[in-house]
Design a protein around this ligand. Sequence first.
Ligand code: MN
Length: 717
Amino acid sequence: MVKFEEVLAKVKQFHPNDDLEVLKEAYRFSADQHKGQHRESGEPFLNHPVAVANILADMRLDSSCVSVGLLHDVVEDTVIPLKKIEQHFGKDIANIINGLTKIRKFHIDSKEAEQAENFRRMFLAMVDDIRVVLVKLADRLHNMRTLKFLPPERRTRIAQETLDIYAPIAHRLGMGKIRGELEDLAFITLSPESYFQIEKEVKEKRKIRKKFLNDTKEKLIKKCKQHKISCTVESRIKRTYSIYQKVKNQKIPVEQVYDLLAIRIITASVDDCYVVLGIIHNLWQPVPGRIKDYIALPRPNMYQSIHTSVIEKRGQPFEVQIRTNEMHRVAEEGIAAHWKYKLGQKTDKNDDQRFLWLRHLVEWHQEVNDPSDFLRALKVDLYPEEVYTFSPKGKVVALPRQATPVDFAYAIHSEVGDSCVGAKVNGRIVSLKSQLKNGDIVEIQTQRGQFPNRDWLSFVKTYRARNRIKHYLNVNQKKKAIELGRRILEKEARRYKINIKKYIEDGSLLNVAQEFNCAKMEDLYVALGFGRVFGRTLLSKVLSPEELKDRFSEKTGFLSSTVKKVFRRPLQDTLKVKNIDDILVSRAKCCNPIKGEEIVGYLTRGKGVAVHATRCTNVGNLLYNADRKVDVLWTGINEGLYGVKLSISVDDRRGMLAEITSQISKIKTNIKDIEAQSFEDNRGLINVTIEVDDIKHLEKTIKSIKMIKNINEIVWQ
Ligand code: MN
């Protein structure tokens, strides 16, 4: 059992300037609150918080962090409101305790690898102060050490959770020692047979191996002395759980685990590390492909070392790790060690380089003047791109930041998304647009017969949701077009007393359809529905010339114009919707865009795509619905198709009109219409409609008119 005095002494040793009164007060407070409580083992409950504080003190954390170790169960196990903690111990300590309470409500119980990873990430995403994680790990470590007192079922659950979540988190934060202990403790609980099997195999030859390691150590120390390198040499036999994993994953006997035996050399400088590497490769045969230089290329969790595997004369392989003192501390204690270094000294440029990865994850508080505030000021956002949410059944759903309940619904299942009508977050009804936060429990309400809403596209954040909604809208639109197309055809057929059924059944309509690039009747209906093909055009092609004569010409006189339309190159040839062929495209009447102008397409209901010039004042209003915006292009050649009305205001003088007309015809531009007005103040207005090929042609024409004297302004409508 750890005594509080020991903890106090450690903090005093590592942090001589810290306020120990806070620590003592935390102890008194905790002792008072946990009075009369006992653990499952029968010992007083207070032993647990003291042990946790001791683990934190060993990590050389400061007095407030160790105080949290003492207080961590106070809010949970007794009825102390957080406010009281804050009054007693200040905001900093209260905040860490609050962070602990926040993550305590999640019981993580999943063997699914992907879910476990999501849990780990969510766990880290939910804390903004990494000290919360450190206290949680210390708490878990002590609970694991005393696990045997719990009933078997809880034991298994906690051990599995430790293996799935906490050990990997310790690993991720670079805390090798804690990770190793957590893993072994969990392993004993979960598979005692495998554990003892491996233990046995390792133990059998333990004596021989111990001797081997000692001999090797001595040899190495001697050599280093010859090279005047001061170093400490440690040796170890690999941890049981790690051996088990290698044996299991690589399907090899314990003997063949290369790093079963390992020697570690801790030097004073980086240069010495490389000299020692040379010495080792001189003494023993290195195994090809097993030299790893994590000094030059540190691992993302800041781990640095040189690794190499060598084989001794008699065939015994072992691993060698070479690192400096500082690297050793980081390897053993990870993030905690990093903080230790940071405390009491300002960051320098080198540090910035070394912890580049951390800066990725960490939001630095720029205004840190007092370096001792570093710990407190260090706020982390470990997954700034993501948010982790729960289904009511406890499944973790990872989404991008700012994701909404609709994204969540589609992440669960596309049908849930399609029929979603409302959402509850943490039991409260929220809007489908609201943004989800880490740890939110999201419940989606669905209703049969509900469909995705076009408006959702304006706020969903996931590709999955976006694609599904678009897919639905497209399918739906096509369905509607087919229906509309079929009705149009029937109506036209009735009008001209054509038995359309006959032409459908004998396939002649389908033959004609192919002329319009429609392979199936369905495509033909879509084309009719979108207005790409006109019903009468189609019918005129199905009927024989005699039938045509009878039906159309006398009645409506429409045939001639229909036929003309078919033969005349239609306007839409020069306009094309990007990536789509079978859709009607027309120029918007409000702005009549001219070939070459900047244009934008707008998907209308039932009339295909209307193309506006971007200068058009309607564009802003229409395109509020971004989803109906389509990219359109000018293609092909088309001459003299664009009638443009120019209003030319002039000083009225003799010959003006003639000059303008001659100037226009000089550059081979057709005038379709021209009219002139004069006003009392000696001003005139000439409206001329010209035909141009494209925007360049128009610009050329305007430029050439402007060369005439006394032209004031030309407005193009
Ligand atoms: Mn605890």
